[in-house]
Design a protein around this ligand. Structure first.
Ligand code: UD1
Length: 406
């Protein structure tokens, strides 16, 4: 079985370039379903989740050609409106095809994603939104069956902001009859980017990036070209890698526009962050200040950075409280960090992290994508050797990890 072996205690120094955003590439690739013809997406990262969505799109009849990070998609020959269990179970974001399939075929059959390590993660809000747009929805034998001759614009209120839910409904509403208004919509940059891509395809979407998105339905979309933005979670993870090792790292292709909460929290933790022209320099002197963090929907601190931040403050001088408000079970990494000497207890939805002078290398197990990243970060800072098993979680979202076979 593959594992990652890290000899810790080395200050990271050098330059790194941020890849295209996974969570932006997924919906943008899916949006090619909405227009008949050939589209191109640039700067697509080479990750397993991206491979999974391409396999699903191919299954639906899209012809795909890869040239490095450029993905050419031809949707002239769609042949299926079904997303099978085998493809949806490996990646929840596969459910994003639901809206577009409904638009193109008037019906869709998509497997329910099921639970995952970090929480129940239902798709009730995706289904509610489609129903509000006039779709008949039925859930049977683990599949969602959706049908609508013609979707009709509606006002849709999300009980809680959902990223892929907002994206799904936005894609379903682009060709609906009349106006749709999504309230309490997710404001994440990936939602904004999808709206930009859809507008390039001829959609009429306004307000993405705020909690109210207005979509005026158009007759049809045409294929277009789009470049994926840099990945904010990868950027934040490299910043912590520099910070936790007391290193000096220059980051290229840094997404300056949407990193405020991460940059501010890292500064509070004593990491030095400086813009140098188009680049970002991150340095640290080995002292980490205790810092409280609460995860929230954007522009709040991202839940996808919570585990990595916990590794950082595990060696802080003092106690930090990390509150997780987005997912109910996102502390799977805590027991692994404890194996490395971290002093962390969980109280409800908060982790109380009492800083220790140093972490010690240990054998640990990756539990989900971001938790895996947190263990790599802890391993980089720890004294001695850390061995991380179950690293397939990391392949879902990290492209540049070099591994050895055990
Ligand atoms: C997306 C991201 C993921 C990130 C998460 C939160 C992608 C591909 N993935 O996931 O990396 O961690 O946003 O920023 O973009 N919820 C419901 N009902 C629904 C949908 C969601 O109750 O129908 C709840 C979820 O259980 C969760 C909260 O809403 O508590 C936010 O989840 P959501 O924004 O939907 O996460 P994803 O879009 O799945």
């Amino acid at each position: 079985m593959d594992k990652i072996v890290i000899e810790g205690g080395i200050k990271l120094k050098g330059e790194v370039e941020i890849s295209g955003s996974k969570n932006s590439a997924l919906p943008v690739l899916v949006s090619s379903l909405l227009a008949d013809g050939k589209s191109v997406v640039h700067n697509v990262p080479g990750l397993r989740d991206i491979k999974t969505i391409k396999t699903l799109l191919k299954h639906l009849g899209i012809r795909i050609e890869d040239k490095g990070g450029d993905v050419y998609l031809d949707s002239s020959h769609l042949e299926s409106f079904e997303a099978p269990y085998e493809l949806v179970k490996t990646m929840r974001a596969s459910v994003l095809v639901l809206g577009p399939l409904l638009v193109r075929f008037g019906r869709a059959k998509v497997s329910l994603p099921g639970g995952c390590a970090i929480g129940a993660r239902p798709i009730n809000l995706h289904l509610m939104g489609l129903e509000m747009l006039g779709a008949d929805i039925c859930v049977d034998h683990g599949y969602v069956f959706a049908e609508a001759k013609k979707l009709k614009g509606a006002r849709i209120y999300f009980d809680t902001p959902t990223v892929t839910g907002t994206e799904n409904i936005m894609m379903a509403a682009v060709c609906a009859e009349g106006r749709s208004v999504l309230e309490n919509a997710a404001c994440e940059p990936e939602v904004v980017e999808l709206s930009v891509a859809l507008n390039r395809m001829g959609a009429n979407i306004n307000g993405a990036g705020t909690d109210t998105i207005t979509i005026d339905g158009v007759k049809e979309l045409h294929p277009a070209e789009h470049t994926i933005i840099p990945d904010r979670i990868e950027a934040g993870t490299y910043m912590i890698a520099a910070g936790i090792t007391g290193g000096d790292v220059l980051i290229k292709n840094f997404p300056f526009n949407y990193m405020d909460s991460i940059v501010m929290k890292l500064k509070e933790a004593g990491i030095f962050i400086k813009r140098e022209g188009g680049l970002l320099r991150v340095t640290a002197n080995g002292n980490v200040a205790h810092t409280n963090v609460k995860t929230l929907p954007y522009p709040g601190f991202p839940t996808d950075m919570q585990a990595q931040f916990m590794s950082l403050v595990s060696i802080a001088g003092g106690t930090s409280v990390i509150a997780e408000t987005v997912f109910e079970n996102r502390f799977m990494h805590v027991s692994e960090l404890r194996r490395m000497g971290a002093d962390i207890s969980i109280e409800g939805h908060s982790a109380i992290v009492r800083g220790v002078p140093f972490l010690s290398g240990a054998q640990v197990m990756a539990t989900d994508l971001r938790a895996s990243a947190s263990l790599v970060l802890a391993g980089l800072a720890a004294k001695g050797i850390t061995e991380i098993s179950r690293v397939y979680h990391l392949d879902r979202g990290c492209a540049k990890v070099k591994r050895i076979k055990a």
